[in-house]
Design a protein. Sequence first.
Length: 381
Amino acid sequence: MKILIVAPGVPNRFHRIRLKSIIDSLTPDHQITGCYLNIGSLPSSKNHGELVESKSKLLSLLDSFLFLPFPQPLEVSYCYSPALEKKVRELAPSYDIVIVKRLRAIQYLPKDIKIPVIIDSTDAMSLFYQKALYSVPFWQKPLYFEEWIKYLIYEKNTSANFTNWVVCSDNDAKYLKEILTPDTKVWVIPNVVDTKYYSPGSSPEKNLIVFSGLMEKHVNQSAIYFFIENIFPKIKRAIPEVKLVIAGPNPPARLTSYQKDKAVRVLGEVTDLREVISKASVVVTPTLIGTGMRNKILQALSLERPVVTTEVGAQGINNEVKEALLISDDPDTFSESVVALLTNPSLGEKMAKKGRDLVKKYYSLETMRAKYNEVIGTIVK
């Protein structure tokens, strides 16, 4: 089957991880072509089957400002691209189905398109902004409130024309079923990890904690600030020689300033994330807000590294896999869990091995392949 995938970013292993997983899982069974928007410094190299339109970050910010009075979300305006819209509309009729990765990319398709369309929104965006509203600084609250309301309207209006949606968690699916038009179908296809690529290799370094993520994202910033300020000091008191490594592109100045503490190192963007995670004695995911699923947890488990996370961090992951995690929202209990793993490596090894086995069972590329082919088979008669 010929599948056109449309997305507001180029797939790679650090940004647009789910997009890459979709492509990798469907490629064995289908002919895939990707149409992507490349904004600013995001990866722009073209692989076979990729069509990329580039746009400067400055122009994207200008579009967001110009479209501010209009009802569409700022993220949609940020990704406005007449060139990509023209390319997609020219290509789409020659395909059997279109998969739109992220809701903001639906703007490139006509509302009356004649071929089936799947919107893989991954998360319920209005739900994300509703939750994030309570944790952002006061001066950002009006912006997040506006984005929440605009996405709430945009999601519902979009479902009037496009009725096949995919998300990565039951929580997001339940929420969308309540706000979208009654005839909209919402499937759950979880995030997955390439267990062959993220395969155990080198041994961990003693007393090393690792956190990774796209560091310009509020979700990751709030998580690591919470960890450094409320949890890490407790761990240091128990294990003075402990080290914290933070990996991910675009770390803000506030985060890099924590390197005044010699125990903290901020790497920024790294060439191969596997090398960083593999050195960890413990991987932490102290997520406070968010929807969907955490790819970083699946990556760590696939690399056989023990994980300590919060209830929000673990959401979207099934109960059996959660048994391979240590989960706590309380700073004291969270720090005690990390200390227990650092001082008892055999416990970490046991949990990590169990985690990899369960990830291979429930969250491999084969899982996404089977579930996506099932959805496609239902839609394309």
